[in-house]
Write a protein that binds this ligand. Structure first.
Ligand code: NAP
Length: 291
């Protein structure tokens, strides 16, 4: 078994991005600027946003964090979005999900300028992805494809099973894996909570992408020998022995599955860091596109 080391690949990509920023500086070109909108004080959301801002600093991007209170009205949030749309210095921005209950996520998503939608969640960008046109790909599935690519994992003709059909991970993952692309061309089965015989389906997979949000959902007896396993899940479980009071668990039982598969991502240090660098890559692509 070999580790699909997302942390290490992400470090390489950050160095590449840093070099590109330095080159842009030397050519007096615009420095990419990513903004993040965070509403409320959800601990996990704060951690993710902080990691994105930190990554911007590491590669030399400009970054802006807009932290709004939990009780902000939908109207006022839409006003903040409009300001970001109109600000020529912002090349891309994200609105960290989930949003508080009183805010309609779809309404916010639709208000984002598709040209600045570096998360790739706007319906226009989702449509472009479906049609295999140039667009911002959603960061997590994009990061997974990059991870497969940088590890030279053959995907063409393979049976890929994606567990979970969320709009941000599972569904776009299934689309990217089936497209006509050097790291696509899979035959894809997309599973969800109503899928029957999920164990049998998983056992027939050459590649499994687990994104259900249920700790250790994928067990050793669900995986065939030699499969490639990507664990997207991150669930915080209480752990009094940790300073933070919690530890992170993936959707894969690492101990059982790692002894059978050919490649596997660790949690943490697998998909998470790849998601962040994909966002950076999209932000750079946004500036380049404008030029
Ligand atoms: P989500 O929106 O909650 O979607 C979960 C999906 O899993 C749904 O499609 C659901 O099916 C399916 N599911 C639930 N129980 C199932 C079962 N017993 N059998 C088969 N499918 C089942 O979650 P998400 O946003 O995609 O996130 C999934 C996990 O990835 C979470 O742990 C999240 O924290 C993590 N994540 C990590 C990153 C990263 O960068 N590493 C990024 C995003 C998310 P239905 O549609 O039928 O309900």
């Amino acid at each position: 078994m070999q580790l699909l080391d997302g942390l290490s690949v992400s470090k390489t990509i950050k160095l590449e991005l840093k070099e590109q920023v330095e080159k842009r500086k030397s050519e007096n070109k615009k420095i990419p600027h990513l903004a993040a909108v965070l509403v409320g004080n959800n601990g996990a959301s704060q951690t993710y946003v902080n990691a994105k801002v930190k990554a911007c600093n590491e590669v030399g991007f400009d970054s802006t964090l807009i932290h709004l209170t939990e009780d902000i009205s939908e109207h006022d949030l839409l006003f903040e979005i409009e300001k970001l749309n109109l600000n020529p210095d912002i090349d891309g921005y994200i609105v960290q999900l989930p949003l508080p209950q009183h805010i309609n996520e779809k309404k916010i998503l639709l208000a984002i300028d598709p040209m600045k939608d570096v998360d790739g969640f706007h319906p226009e960008n989702v449509g472009r992805m479906m049609l295999n046109m140039k667009t911002f790909l959603p960061a997590t599935p994009m990061g997974i494809i990059t991870l497969l690519e940088r590890n030279n994992i053959e995907t063409s003709g393979k049976h890929a099973v994606v567990l979970g059909r969320s709009h941000i991970v599972g569904l776009p993952m299934s689309i990217l894996l089936q497209r006509n692309h050097p790291f696509g061309n899979c035959t894809v089965t997309l599973c969800h909570s109503k899928t029957k015989n999920i164990e049998e389906i998983c056992k027939s997979a050459d590649i499994i992408i687990a994104a259900v949000g249920i700790p250790e959902f994928l067990r050793g007896d669900m995986v065939k020998a030699g499969a490639v396993v990507v664990d997207v899940g991150i669930t915080r479980v209480n752990d009094a022995s940790k300073k933070s009071g919690f530890r992170l668990l993936g959707d894969v039982n690492f101990e059982e599955v790692s002894s059978k598969c050919s490649f596997i991502t660790p949690v943490p240090g697998g998909v998470g860091p790849m998601t962040i660098v994909s966002l950076m890559q999209n932000t750079l692509a946004s500036v380049e596109h404008k030029e």
